[in-house]
Design a protein around this ligand. Sequence first.
Ligand code: NAP
Length: 535
Amino acid sequence: MRQLEEMPLTVSSPPESIAPQPPSGPRVRVGKLCVAVQGSTPRELIARAESALNDSTFIELRLDSLPKPAAVLADLKAFLSRRRDVAAIATCRRKAFGGQFVGSLNSELEILLKAAEAGCQIVDLEVESAEQATRPQLARFRAALRAGGTALLVSSHDFSRTRRPDGLLETARQIAAFEPEFVKVVGTARSLADNLSILRMVEELSPSAQVVGIAMGEEGLLSRILSLRAGAAFTFAAAGEGIETAPGQVSAHTLLDLYRLDQIDKATRIYGVAGNPIAHSLSPRMHTTAFRRENVNAVLLPLRPRSIDDLLTVIRELPLEGVAVTMPFKQEVLPYLANQDALTARIGACNTLRTGADGKLYGFNTDVAGVVRPLERRMRLAGARILVLGAGGAARAAVFGLVEQGAEVFVANRTHEKAVALARKAKAHVLKHAALAKNRFDAIVNTTPCGMTGVKQPLPIEADALNAALVFDTVYTPLETPLLKLAKARGLAVISGVEMFVQQGARQFEIWTGKPAPESEMQRVVELELRRRAQ
Ligand code: NAP
């Protein structure tokens, strides 16, 4: 079982700037990763809590996910007395404030006290309920918790936005007025920049308070991972995929395995892969594996920027060391580059950014290496006759890159005029589809989406026009495309799109780290992941 570093926390110490120091409060030991657990029955809740312990012994029990939260208390007590190594937060958030509990404030306070008696070391009370409670009611609640050695966490959840740092600090001040041992401020990210607001708030408060700061939603991933190094007491994860308790929550396994949560420190270099959509990008898996393999203290996180400005803000202010850029930002990023390699400028698309020591952005197009490297390992490119099918972004990288290597390149595209324009710009030739069967090539490269899972047209070229020794399909879902199957059946050599993906990534790795990339390991994990997804 993997465990994040456990640290003793002296609780009851909100910062003087936020709230007066309360009398010495309970001491609890918690880890850095709290796994949030919900269940529709007491049995399911406890079973999920048990299995969450594989990732962390610090869990949050969402009692409000149960139709009758009180029904779990006996089992909870038995579980926590059996597992004395577990630290648990009890939460019974009311429906009006983002939870599922339909009972009154009194019932919520009563259940939380009983959960504390059952062995939960922390109880979470939403700030709205704290505000609704009368002073004597809250004082009795606090006194009962303290008497039992239970810490109080007061939380605020904004399900529509993330306020600027000043606004978040104001919320933290409202929370601190209740003298909790933990202050939790949660917003909803509508942009990557919202993560910066959360991180600034955590940085500001953490020297003097036990603070948790998160932005919910897909765009808020950065805050879930990086708030720890900003000084947050802990962060939250889901117990598994499909059982998240908040929007954008990521499973504990993913946080640890894919995003290296337990290894990130102040020296960790942060990279990103930016695009929209981005959730299914293979780049985090491929690059994290490479970083790990080569002992590079770095991580690559998926970023869904709201706009190019949003991306540039987070690159500058986080800061990010480098970014793999995908659609729709490959062209949009060009005006912001301090410098770019000659091919990137001619292709008019940049898929890799590196931030220089001067803070300026340098641009590269590694899709070129993705096409050129696999081919040059199998044939001499100077003088080779190569047919490129398609005239879009991938075709541009292929055509410019291969022409630069001295190949004689022919372009054929559904929209013929686009092939003509590309060929003219890159000093290549153009062919109509009807003429393909009459020609012979050393290699054929497909850069159209034909054959991709979900695309109706399986082949970009007639079978009798496959007049080449080698066929390279840039499509990689499925792993073996109809075009590759056909080529193999005809005894031709083939290159899969996975190799292109890995080689463009290997070049990125080299640009970012200055080290040779562990290519075969990168290829292995990408293929493994694609097979897993295809099941
Ligand atoms: P793009 O800019 O949209 O260009 C797509 C090209 O394919 C266009 O020339 C288009 O022709 C043509 N096309 C589209 N549907 C077609 C069809 N049904 N029949 C014939 N031609 C068709 O896209 P892209 O960025 O170049 O990406 C294209 C493919 O390359 C992707 O699907 C992806 O699988 C692959 N790719 C792979 C990697 C990798 O790392 N392995 C990297 C990038 C891209 P029109 O001009 O007539 O529209």
